[in-house]
Design a protein. Structure first.
Length: 112
């Protein structure tokens, strides 16, 4: 799976554009809700691979990690709530899209 597929999926389904926040990692992009500014995805290159971080429910996180070799505890994020999908590996694209959708839903609550 290519990063462009992820970026296009998010843009087409949620009308959210990639934001590039860090000068020292110009390929790292976040995706966040407009209303509450919460992130629901982060894509970045790490050691020659493409990583996509998405938020999941903690009990589901563990199941995903045990079931798919390309899903690991989140790189540089809370490992209880976030997973990394190594999208540069041979992944189930429909699962990746499903996990993006779930992350979007989990993070859409408004800030109080």
């Amino acid at each position: 799976m290519r990063r462009e597929q992820v970026i296009n999926y998010i843009k087409e389904n949620y009308n959210v554009c990639a934001e590039y926040l860090w000068e020292d990692t110009p390929d790292a992009a976040i995706f966040r809700h407009e209303n509450n500014r919460k992130w629901f995805a982060l894509i970045m290159g790490v050691k020659g691979q493409e990583f996509l971080n998405v938020k999941t429910k903690p009990d589901y996180s563990e199941l995903l990690r045990k079931s798919y070799e390309y899903i690991i505890p989140a790189y540089h994020m809370n490992k209880e709530h976030w997973n990394t999908i190594i999208i540069s590996k041979n992944v189930d694209e429909s699962l990746v899209y499903e996990l993006i959708d779930q992350s979007y839903e989990i993070t859409m609550k408004k800030k109080k």
